[in-house]
Design a protein around this ligand. Structure first.
Ligand SMILES: NC(=O)c1ccc[n+]([C@@H]2O[C@H](COP(=O)([O-])OP(=O)(O)OC[C@H]3O[C@@H](n4cnc5c(N)ncnc54)[C@H](OP(=O)(O)O)[C@@H]3O)[C@@H](O)[C@H]2O)c1
Length: 451
């Protein structure tokens, strides 16, 4: 993709400067791209955030040969309006509303040059936010359920992260097949939403053992497990499969813990993952699959996007948009996923204005808080006192008083700061307790593995 040379036109772009926390992604003004041959330039209105981008920011993402080397751009999917046509493009016109993907991961920008085979016309009535949300999540779910899963009438399916982007898409796609029974895990406060989306049996994985819960309702297990978690959940999912059942591994969310990389979580996920023995798979009559859209590319993705857009036109699927954020608020947007708050897709938009910064309440000086009446009273009292003292007070004394008062104020200020420090100091204690709790958990993981 060539950047324009003789133009002052800029494109606000999100750039990952180094692996780490939220501060590693910044909005940078880059030169606006020119569409190359076979490309269109799209004025971006909305972009999708995927779990993979949290992992990329933390340096936890692996995509085969496509290693990520900051400084670099991010973003797979977006939607907007065609601004310019590259040489040889005849299938679109300037002004067309389109959804698009870039496998070079540089969609989080105001103007994106995209290969025309990854561009699709937006269906009538679709919003830019929906268009940005329907690609990665729905294609992933579509391939897993219909290519690997061979989803059929009456199948039982376990969907983890059922309230997230892929989870919502997978649930809706399951609903396009008659009598499919869906078990969905999600945080408890999202259960009404996932039920409304089509999950039959919501399970709160934080307080319940989902294996037990599934077996209570379906003692024989399920036909398909979609596993985006990995670690100990790989073995749990496999244990739930019926004969001819399939587990499809497609993520490792268990490696994520908050906004920065946790080596402990990574090690725990890696060492508690199930290692499959081909001989056991034969006798178990089960199938194990792995899916990575980023390593697929090309025609297979294009076909799936077309199939999903047809389902949208038929009213069978509809992306659920959780929230829309400005580029400048990328950390808040990513925080929705990291803090497990989102229901559906989180969107960022170069067109949206950032939220005003939340001002910290300033400590109010007592004298400033005086009302007009209080001020008047104080002035009158001062006047009386001055008259009584016969104008005899030396200037020095006044300065001394002021200084003493200043010292007192400073002391008070320090005391307050000290209190603040104490409060902050309590956090590590809390974190240490959580870490301790986690250290105790592998015992469970180890047990799960040996089962
Ligand atoms: N292989 C592929 O091609 C491919 C493509 C797309 C996505 N994926 C994978 O699919 C999964 C879902 O992706 P998504 O983009 O749709 O994200 P998402 O589901 O919207 O992710 C956020 C939600 O995940 C749940 N969650 C579970 N474990 C978590 C953890 N450790 N940290 C934070 N949240 C956690 C939380 O909801 P609850 O607490 O309610 O569960 C949270 O709200 C990810 O594992 C991703 O890597 C893979």
């Amino acid at each position: 993709m060539a950047e324009s040379e003789n133009t002052n036109e800029k494109s606000r772009t999100l750039v990952l400067n180094a692996f780490g926390g939220h501060d590693k992604i910044k909005v940078v003004e880059k030169a606006r791209q020119k569409p190359g041959a076979g490309q269109v330039l799209v004025t971006i209105e909305a972009c999708g955030i995927n779990f993979a981008e949290l992992m990329m920011r933390q340096g936890l993402y692996s995509a085969g040969k496509q290693a990520l080397k900051p400084p670099c751009e991010l973003g797979w999917e977006g939607a907007g309006v065609v601004a310019e046509l590259g040489e040889g493009v005849t299938t679109f016109q300037v002004g067309d509303k389109v959804l698009c993907m870039t496998f070079t991961r540089n969609m989080w920008t105001e103007y994106a040059a995209v290969n025309v085979e990854n561009v699709h016309a937006m269906p009538e009535g679709m919003s830019f936010e929906e268009a940005a949300a329907i690609q990665v999540n729905y294609v992933t779910a579509y391939h897993m359920l219909f290519e690997f899963g061979n989803l059929r009438k009456g199948h039982k399916v376990l969907i983890h992260m059922a309230a997230g982007g892929v989870g919502v898409a997978a649930t809706q796609l399951c609903r396009t097949v008659p009598d499919v029974v869906i078990f969905g895990t999600a945080s408890a406060q999202k259960h009404d939403a996932i039920k409304e989306n089509g999950v039959d049996h919501p399970i709160d994985y934080r307080t319940q053992d989902y294996v037990e819960q599934v077996k209570k309702i379906s003692p024989e297990g399920v036909d398909i497990v979609l596993d985006p978690l990995s670690g100990p959940d790989a073995a749990k999912g496999y244990s739930l499969l019926k004969p001819f059942g399939k587990i499809i591994h497609f993520g490792s969310a268990n490696t994520i813990s908050g906004s920065t990389k946790s080596l402990w979580k990574m090690a725990r996920t890696y060492f508690s993952v199930k290692n499959y023995n081909p001989l056991n798979i034969i006798t178990d009559n089960k199938a194990v699959c792995g899916y990575h859209m980023g390593c697929l590319g090309g025609e297979l993705i294009r076909e799936a996007v077309i199939a999903v857009l047809d389902l949208y036109r038929e009213g069978k699927v509809k992306p659920k948009v959780d929230s829309v954020w400005a580029f400048e608020d990328i950390s808040k947007a990513m925080g929705r996923l990291e803090n497990r708050e989102n229901i559906g897709k989180v969107i960022i938009s170069p067109k949206k204005a950032p939220e005003p910064p939340v001002e910290k309440p300033k400590p109010v000086e007592k004298s400033k808080k005086k009302t007009k009446d209080q001020k008047k009273e104080a002035e009158e009292a001062d006047k009386d006192a001055t008259e009584k003292n016969d104008d005899a007070k030396p200037e020095k004394e006044t300065d001394g008083e002021k200084a003493a008062e200043g010292e007192k104020k400073e002391e008070e200020g320090e005391k307050k700061e000290g209190e603040g420090e104490k409060k902050e100091g309590e956090e590590p204690k809390k974190e240490a307790e959580e870490e301790k709790k986690e250290v105790e958990e592998p015992k469970e993981g180890a047990g799960e593995k040996s089962n």
